[in-house]
Design a protein around this ligand. Sequence first.
Ligand SMILES: Nc1ncnc2c1ncn2[C@@H]1O[C@H](COP(=O)(O)OP(=O)(O)OP(=O)(O)O)[C@@H](O)[C@H]1O
Ligand SMILES: [Mg+2]
Length: 339
Amino acid sequence: MTWHGGEGSPRLHIVTGKGGTGKTTVAAALATALAQDGQRVLLVETEERQGISQVLDVAPLGTQEIEVSSGLDGGEVWGLSIEAGAALVEYLRLFYRLGRAGDLLHKMGAIEFATTIAPGVRDVLIGGKIYESVRRTASGRAPGRRSRPDEPPAYDAVVLDAPPTGRVGRFLDVTGQLADLARVGPIRNQADSIHQLLHSDTTLVHLVTLLEQLPVQETLDAVESLTDDSLRVGTLIVNQARDAEVRASVDLVADREPDPSVLTEQLESVGIRTSPTMIEGLVQTAADAVARRDLETSLEDSVVAAGRPVLTLPHLLDGVGPDAVRRLAAELAAQGVGS
Ligand SMILES: Nc1ncnc2c1ncn2[C@@H]1O[C@H](COP(=O)(O)OP(=O)(O)OP(=O)(O)O)[C@@H](O)[C@H]1O
Ligand SMILES: [Mg+2]
C-alpha cells in the first residue's frame, strides 16, 4: 500500500471506526507517523469535540490552521477544526464576495446559525473545506488559479478524524445527500468536486477496531458498505491490542492447564498462604484469559480475512497523551506507515 499521493498530490486519509475505539488517538498517531522527513501533515477534526487538542495536549483547535506538533523525524503536524458555520461564511465570501456581510453573519454567531444549515449542506461545507486543504498549493492559492503547475501542495497529507462508522457513509455521500436539496448551482458543483476527490486514488478510508465482537463486526460491515460505495478502504487498524508478553504467558497457561493442588503447593513453597477460594479464583482467571485469547485470535483472523492490510497498536497502560501518540506513531512507522 502506498502512503503518499501520486504526482505531488497529497493523500487524504479518513480515519473512522466504531465509537470509542480510538479514532482520534489513531488519527493523531497517523498524522505524526506520516510527518516524516520534513513532511507537512494537516490533522482535521469536524465535530467541534476538541478531541485532538486533548490527545495532543494543545489549546483547542480553531478554524485557522496552526502547527500543533512535530512529526517523526522533523516533519510538521498542523491542526484544524472545521466548523460548518465558519465554512459557510468562507464559502459565501469566496463565491459571492460577501466580504462585510459574511463578517456580519459571523458576528451574529456562526455557531447558532450553523445549526440551521440542512445536514446535507453542512457536510458539503465541511467536505468543501477538506477539499480545499487537500488541493491548496504551497503559496496558498486555489489550484485553478495557480501560476506554476509544478507548485508543491500546501500539505503532503491530510488526516481526518472522521465521524464513526455508523455515520461515515452518509457523511462521505455528499452528492447523495444533496439530491433533493440542490440539483444545480455552486453548492452542487462543490459537492461533485468533493465526490470526485473522495472516490479518487487520493483518498483512503482507514478503520480502527478493537479485538472485541461488536467493533470487529462493525468494521467488517463497514469494509463492505464502503466498498459498495466505491470508496477505497486503506488499512484496518487493531487498536489497544494486548502486549506480546501478556499473550505469551496466556499461551503458557493454555498449554498446561493449572492443577489446583500443584498450584497450592508451589505458592505455599514460596511462602504465600493460600485458601481454596483463592486457588479457585486463580484457576478461573487463567481459564478466562485463555477464553479471551481464543476469542481475540478468531476475531483477528476475521479482520485479516477482510483482505486489507492490518496494522496493530498496543494498549498503552499509562493512558493517552502526546508521548503516547508518538509511541503509537513510531509503531505505525515500524509497520511501514509513511514509507
Ligand atoms: N492504544 C491505546 N492505549 C490505551 N488507551 C487508548 C489507546 N487508544 C485509545 N485509548 C483510549 O481510549 C479512549 C477512546 O479513544 P479515542 O477518544 O481516541 O476514541 P474515539 O474513537 O475517537 O472516540 P469517540 O468515538 O468518542 O470520538 C480514550 O480514553 C483513549 O485515551
Ligand atoms: Mg474521537
